[in-house]
Design a protein around this ligand. Structure first.
Ligand code: AMP
Ligand code: MG
Length: 522
């Protein structure tokens, strides 16, 4: 097994795509380039917080020398033979074109080929780049823990995502105004090393089209197809259409997974949409606790709730529309793009129906009326039922009788018994319908339970759990962080010793910053 620090780098992205001709590191508009070379900032006193043994194992590499690993993963020294760079992209933020954005605080420090697939490794928070605008290029421990734990947790939940290799503290202080209310504070600086076969985003294409730079738009599209969608064949007008269709499919599958596990991204701007359909850029994300399609964890979005749980598919479609506009100059036909966009809506509804049926342990889809699922959602919302807890309890009692079912409702609701009582009738009607459906299916109870448990996680990274790990880590104690990391490696396993994490959000967390409300400040 290779030591990752000695493995030869590949430079696929930086060799094949156009580089910014200017190499000095100052804020600017970068034209006719996919990236700009930029050195990482040297941290004062880097130290390791955690690394992902699982990602190392997945990539079939190891670490020999911890102190050299920390120096590389904190940007103190570069990877051998690699000139680091920040990527250029634009994006629509909250529905408005924002122009050039780019990696304002991410720097790619290596590319490697693993099993014929190229991977990019990037440090988030390793100093300013030409894309930093007014930002400092840094990240704090709080948000880095959230990104590190969640991206690995999502991977183990089976949700397409970028990965995280390591988390280090820089030993430097970073000033942030968490609530944007004029109370800036010094926080500990940190860096996550993210890894992905590609960090190309919808916005990477949009920036070229917005500048009418069709030559480079085509270079980027051809590169993406040749390396990441090579099964589509040689790039041509027809292939670009197929490519768009594939991106739409992967995006749809990703959103279905988010809805299944109750994940709310929080900032689905087009610069945060991966061209590979991976979950990317973990900022003010959150996990649905009491079921509420209108919920968003992002305080910056609290007025319009554009990125609320129940709107993620519509926003994905809106974002795909922007990608279609960006690819149009290569295709010059509206109809095939429009067809793909309208298919997204229909296919999404079919997939969503199937996913919810799987969560319920129902498999004869044609027998499940849409209204039945709607009634479930209405009941879950009105009774303020914890999404993860409810479906897992349901999986555990897959041969319920009505009293058992009502016990689940009582146990998983955030309402007190008195407030819950008026909703009992609605649940009773729904439950009798449910029992009829699964009796007709005639599936073996154990088989059904196993299938349900494979789609209904027992453990997710609830916002308060991440916050507890952050509170300890800020004091230098990483035990809880490590415990949660281990717990979330097997989110579908029963892990009875870990039952303290199998519970509703505690009351104290309901309105605490970091547990229910998050801003983009990170
Ligand atoms: P995000 O909301 O994290 O996706 O970031 C949106 C844009 O702002 C991206 O171009 C980021 O690189 C940039 N950005 C966010 N935070 C910082 C920061 N502290 N310094 C520089 N750029 C930043
Ligand atoms: Mg981003």
């Amino acid at each position: 097994m290779d030591n990752i620090l000695e493995k030869p780098v590949s430079k696929q992205f930086s060799k094949e795509l156009p580089a910014d001709k200017i190499e000095e590191n100052f804020t600017r508009q970068v034209n006719e380039a996919c990236f700009s070379f930029a050195d990482t900032r040297v941290p004062t006193n880097p130290s390791l917080v955690h690394f992902s043994s699982e990602l190392l194992a997945d990539l079939n590499v190891k670490i020999n020398n911890n102190s050299e690993f920390v120096r590389v993963m904190s940007g103190a020294i570069p990877f051998k033979d690699f000139k680091s760079y920040a990527m250029c992209y634009g994006g629509h933020q909250f529905g408005h074109w924002a122009g050039q954005l780019g990696d304002g605080r991410a720097i790619n420090i290596a590319e490697f080929e693993f099993n014929k697939v190229n991977w990019q490794f990037q440090l988030k928070g390793a100093g300013p780049t030409p894309y930093s605008r007014r930002g400092d290029g840094l990240a704090v421990l709080r948000s880095s823990i959230r990104e590190y734990l969640c991206s690995e947790a999502m991977h183990h939940l089976g949700v397409p995502t970028t990965r995280a290799l390591s988390l280090v503290k820089t030993g430097d202080l970073v000033t942030r105004d968490i609530l944007y209310n004029g109370n800036p504070e010094n926080e500990q600086g940190a860096i996550v090393c993210r890894a992905s076969p590609s960090f190309i985003r919808f916005g990477s294409f949009e920036i070229f089209t917005s500048r009418k730079d069709i030559k480079n738009l085509q270079k980027l599209a051809d590169y993406t197809i040749n390396h990441h969608y090579s099964y589509l064949g040689t790039p041509s007008k027809k292939t670009y259409i197929q490519f768009f269709k594939e991106v739409a499919n992967r995006t749809r599958e990703m959103i279905i997974h988010w809805q299944r596990v109750g994940f709310v991204h929080g900032v689905m701007n087009t610069d945060n949409m991966s061209i590979l359909g991976l979950t990317i850029d973990y900022g003010p994300y959150g996990w649905l606790e009491n079921f509420d399609p209108g919920w968003t964890p992002n305080t910056t979005d609290s007025q319009y709730r554009r990125y609320r749980f129940g709107n993620q598919a519509s926003v994905a479609l809106w974002n795909l529309n922007q990608l279609a506009n960006a690819l149009y100059p290569l295709i010059e036909q509206v109809e095939p793009l429009q067809k793909i966009l309208s298919e997204f809506r229909t296919s999404y509804l079919i997939d969503y129906h199937k996913m919810m049926a799987d969560k319920l342990g129902l498999y004869q889809l044609n027998k499940i009326p849409k209204q039945f699922l709607k009634d479930l959602e209405t009941n879950l919302t009105k009774s303020e039922i914890d999404y993860t807890f409810f479906f897992r309890e349901l999986s555990d009692n897959s041969n319920q009788v009505e009293e058992d079912f009502w016990a689940i409702i009582e146990k998983t609701s955030y309402l007190n018994l008195k407030a819950l009582h008026p909703h009992k009738e609605g649940w009773t009607t729904w439950f009798s319908h449910y029992v009829n459906l699964f009796i007709k299916e005639g599936i073996d109870v154990t088989e059904r339970e196993n299938k349900m448990k494979a789609v209904n996680p027992k453990f997710v990274l609830r916002n308060y759990m991440a916050q507890l790990a952050i509170d300890d880590a800020e004091k230098g104690d990483y035990n809880l962080l490590n415990e949660l990391y281990q717990l979330l490696l097997k989110p579908y396993d029963d892990q009875p010793k870990m039952n303290k994490w199998y519970a509703k959000r505690p009351d104290w967390a309901k309105h605490k910053v970091g547990c229910s409300m998050l801003s983009c400040s990170s």
